[in-house]
Ligand binder design. Structure first.
Ligand SMILES: Cc1cc2nc3c(=O)[nH]c(=O)nc-3n(C[C@H](O)[C@H](O)[C@H](O)COP(=O)(O)O)c2cc1C
Length: 446
């Protein structure tokens, strides 16, 4: 249950409500109110079609802010301030803590899914990195159309939260799914998204990603199939949850997430020195990189020529994870990755104990569609006392699940209590799932 005095804690959190052109546009006014009851600062963006259903003035009056209806409005000082870009859609994207589109038309879902940016709302969607929620509302046939369902699936895969419509008599007279979800339920979903987003605020997270390469000669190297997808997903997820992120990456064709500090390395030794150099400032190290275990004893200065069978002499590389664990300072969390093809649990736990890490994420890399270079992965999050199965899912989603488990490791023993004034007795209510700002005010034991 939410504390009655939540209102004072969230005033600096800003939510953008996108209103698109459906018959339920008028219900967005209720959503604005429901969000304001949670003391969120609400800004409204309307599509051109939405303005045919409801006047922008309604939302301006409710929100107390100018309503943006076009890409081509003059930038107002209010919107251009706060250290964000002076370009309206970029500024709104940067200043906002969540974007919720309600109602979301079939058209807006299609544009979001396919990256069409021909008005303010669709351009802002592409520019933002905050949680995005859509609450569709439409005629049942439009809702059930394969095109709409395919677009929704694309958005879900991308991490957009779809707030399912309700079933009932629709404005068009038909019966079926397509009614805008209850504004209170939409506001709750926004609230949850905000809470998750900020649970790593204050953490400085160093993520290693990709594979390393050990040179054999000027053109050849020993490497592995790691793409960097898991590490990059972790970096992006940690950043979107409020952490400052340093990404130490081996060669990868991926675009690093915006706003992460990226340190590019090639060899295991370069990765080791980059990690050790930055250790002092980080609070959490996630070692998702596939670092070479061996490197050639000598590197040929000239390209090796074909001349019958060849034996390579290899020597072990430095064990970065063990070294990091040895040098850790109090409060630093260290999470390693282990790619196993056999005896996963046994090897994973042995690695955990041997290296002195707080947790090991164990990948089963024996499958075709998961693990190294794949878009999906399944893992076991292993600590000294627990083994949490994380079933096959897209790597970006898995990244969030891994961070959920890391956040549990980090969590102080905290309970929410209610004080009974006359007897001064404390009664345990629960652990709060509210955003951190609220949680801080309720935690009595840290
Ligand atoms: C009276 C009327 C009601 C409409 N209701 C809906 C609706 O509930 N859901 C929907 O997806 N489209 C609805 N449409 C169609 C959209 O308005 C149309 O697809 C428009 O291009 C949406 O633009 P937007 O997504 O930029 O707001 C309706 C159209 C009209 C004329």
């Amino acid at each position: 249950m939410r504390a009655a005095n939540d209102a004072v804690y969230n005033q600096n959190m800003r939510v953008t409500v996108g209103v698109s052109g459906g018959i339920a546009a008028y219900k967005a006014a209720e959503l604005v109110r429901a969000l304001q009851r949670r003391a969120l600062d609400v800004h409204v963006v309307m599509t051109e079609a939405a303005t045919r259903f409801v006047q922008p003035l309604t939302f301006a009056a409710l929100s107390g802010h100018r309503v943006i209806t076009s890409l081509w409005d003059e930038a107002q000082p209010e919107e251009a301030s706060g250290g964000a870009s002076g370009i309206d859609h970029i500024g709104e994207a940067q200043l906002s803590d969540a974007l919720v589109v309600a109602p979301a038309t079939a058209n807006i879902l299609a544009k979001f899914a396919h990256g069409i940016a021909d008005d303010f709302l669709t351009t802002m969607y592409l520019a933002t990195q905050v949680p995005v929620l859509v609450a569709p509302a439409m005629n049942v046939n439009m809702w059930e159309h394969p095109a709409t369902q395919a677009n929704l699936e694309i958005l879900r895969q991308r991490g957009v939260k779809v707030i399912e419509p309700g079933t009932g008599v629709l404005a068009c007279g038909m019966v079926g799914p397509g009614r805008l979800a209850d504004p209170e339920a939409i506001a709750d979903a926004v609230w949850n998204a905000l809470g998750k987003r900020h649970d790593l605020a204050g953490e400085v997270v160093l993520v290693t990603a990709g594979g390393t390469r050990e040179a054999l000669d000027p053109v050849r190297f020993l490497g592995n199939r790691s793409s960097g997808k898991m590490g990059y997903a972790l970096a992006e997820a940690a950043q979107s949850r409020g952490a400052r992120v340093i990404l130490v990456s081996g060669p990868s064709s991926l675009h690093p997430p915006a706003h992460c500090e990226v340190i590019k390395v090639t060899t295991a030794e370069q990765m080791r020195s980059a990690v050790l150099q930055r250790m002092a400032e980080v609070t959490l190290i996630i070692k998702a990189a596939a670092v070479a275990d061996y490197k050639p004893v000598s590197v040929s200065g000239q390209k090796l020529k074909r001349s019958g069978p060849m034996t390579l002499e290899l020597e072990p590389t430095a064990d970065i994870l063990a070294e990091v664990a040895r040098q850790r300072r109090p409060g630093q969390l260290i999470v390693g990755f282990a790619a196993e093809t056999e005896n996963g649990m046994e090897n994973g736990r042995a690695k955990l104990l041997r290296k002195g890490a707080d947790a090991i994420v164990m990948n089963d890399v024996s499958g075709d569609n998961t693990g190294i270079d794949a878009d999906k992965n399944a893992a076991t999050f292993l600590t000294a006392s627990t083994a949490i199965e994380l079933p096959e899912m897209p790597k970006r989603k898995l990244a969030d699940r891994i961070l959920d488990e890391i956040a549990v490791l980090r969590k102080p023993r905290a309970v929410v209590v209610e004080m009974d004034q006359p007897t001064a007795q404390a009664r345990v209510l629960s652990e709060s799932d509210a955003p951190p700002a609220v949680r801080r005010s309720l935690i009595v034991e840290g």
